[in-house]
Ligand binder design. Sequence first.
Ligand code: ZN
Length: 209
Amino acid sequence: MQIKKTVLILHHDKGDDSGPMAVLKVVNYGEPVLRQEAEKVTKISAKIQKLVADMFDTMYAYDGCGLAAPQVGELKRIFVLDCSTEDNPMPQMVFINPVIIKKQGAMISREGCLSFPGVYTDVKRYETISVRYMDMKGKTQVMTVQEGTLLCRAIQHELDHLNGVLFVDHVIDRFTTDQLLAEKHLPPIEPEKILIEPELDEALAGVAL
Ligand code: ZN
């Protein structure tokens, strides 16, 4: 198995669009809304369209590559992504009511989160996933992403937010991460939230961390 380590937060410069920018407040780790389960979207209303546009504005304003609705205080099952890099432009993507329908392999992913400013740490992720979701036209889509690409890891990270799960729940080194959190004046890891992931642990066993 190949282990990749890449920083998940990239920089962008895409605040181009028409219409006024609406940058929403991103809530930080410690706010209860980040631990709540988001509700399914039943209709792509004008309100949802506005929320999605504002989420993109917010994500670019904070230099993120992904943002989930609970991070702006909206408990809706929506996240947005733009995993473009300088040499690999990608389209903007919106995932509504996403569900991971297949997962395979394991990897270590170095991640950050807009709700954890300045904190980056290694977490466990699946290497290949298939996700079913609804696009902005209300059409069901299935996407398979492999080989632990940024997109693959970002989908897992953002989908977790819709279930009140945070990247530090997949942490590899709890105590070092606690130090990083303290340095940024964020609350420590909640030990009872750390996920038991035997499949990932088994696949990662023997790998020098
Ligand atoms: Zn996040």
